[in-house]
Design a protein around this ligand. Structure first.
Ligand code: NAP
Length: 273
């Protein structure tokens, strides 16, 4: 497909559930930018062909990348920022004027933004899950000076590999282990997402000033967040990260910052869909 109007996309398989088109179109409309943002289903076998075809299209500004392509993308585009070594997953591809493609990761900064006011230096975090999102979370927490991370994962091997890659002091627990005391708990697994089993964990070991952060954004209030609120713990839901990572990508695609002062309205729209 070649069009004159600039456009960006989100690609993945499946992709119909993605809220990215809603977010980017909201900002494009508010800024009266004549451009489009679409969801495009791309299967793993189609990925190399998709990249080759889009890199030849000057109207294509780039794409956001979701499951299952975040790691495969590392081998298909340029990596001037060293994302492979630092995080090991790409979620944003930007086309340069000469047709070359640069990959980056906006999940890490998007994750950190809602908790950036906190002092995480030397603190203990629990991270549930050891996939693409967990990679970005570990990188961000390292940047924030975290002292120690306990990974809770069904694959101990994967979790240990992530801790080693991020060079963070920590340990790994199985999913059914009793949680240790910690300052921050992050769900970076799909558990609790619509269509997935709930995340069944006992929050009792967390102190009263702990923060619980669920990356899941559909539904917005997961069983985990409900349990945390019941204990009066501070909570962050997945929409803040979703909007934060999208804002960084938007700037890379369309060369201007989105109107973040309209976040409250955007959140309402996203919750309603
Ligand atoms: P992913 O790469 O597929 O990784 C998922 C991780 O969760 C893997 O470690 C997987 O274990 C584990 N897992 C899956 N099902 C499990 C189960 N039933 N029991 C225990 N562990 C299980 O996915 P991802 O990209 O990291 O995404 C994870 C979640 O974060 C999703 O809900 C996604 O929507 C959310 N997310 C949100 C944002 C945001 O902006 N809010 C951004 C990125 C991701 P194995 O390693 O053993 O397969």
């Amino acid at each position: 497909m070649t069009t004159d109007m600039p456009y960006a996309e989100v690609i993945g398989d499946p992709i119909a559930h993605s809220k990215s088109p809603l977010i980017h179109k909201f900002w494009l409309e508010r800024l009266t930018i004549e451009a489009d943002y679409r969801a495009c289903r791309v299967t793993p076998s189609e990925l190399p062909g998709y990249i080759e075809q889009r890199s030849a299209d000057p109207a294509w500004r780039g794409c956001n990348v979701t499951i299952p392509h975040k790691i495969a993308m590392l081998d298909l585009v340029d990596d001037p920022g060293g994302v492979r070594e630092k995080i090991g997953a790409m979620n944003t591809i930007v086309r340069q004027k000469d047709g070359s493609l640069i990959g980056t990761n906006t999940d890490a900064a998007g994750f950190l933004a809602p908790i950036a006011d906190g002092d995480w230096s030397g603190k203990h975090a629990l991270v549930i899950g050891a996939g693409g999102a967990a990679r970005a979370v570990l990188f961000a927490l390292k940047q924030a000076g975290i002292g120690k991370i306990t990974m809770v994962a069904r694959s101990g091997l994967k979790a240990t590999g992530l801790l080693m890659q991020a060079s963070i002091k920590g340990s790994v627990l199985p999913m059914d282990a009793r949680l240790p005391e910690a300052d921050l708990l992050i769900n970076a697994s799909p558990l609790g997402m619509t269509g997935q089993p709930a995340l069944e964990i006992d929050l009792d070991p967390l102190p009263s000033d702990a923060l619980v952060y669920d990356l899941v954004y559909a539904p917005l209030e997961t069983k985990l967040l409900r349990a945390a609120k019941k204990r009066d713990l501070a909570v962050v839901d997945g929409l803040d990260m979703l909007i934060g990572q999208a804002a960084l990508a938007f700037e890379l695609f369309f060369g201007t910052t989105p109107p973040m002062e309209q976040d409250a309205e955007l959140r309402k729209l996203l919750v309603a869909r």
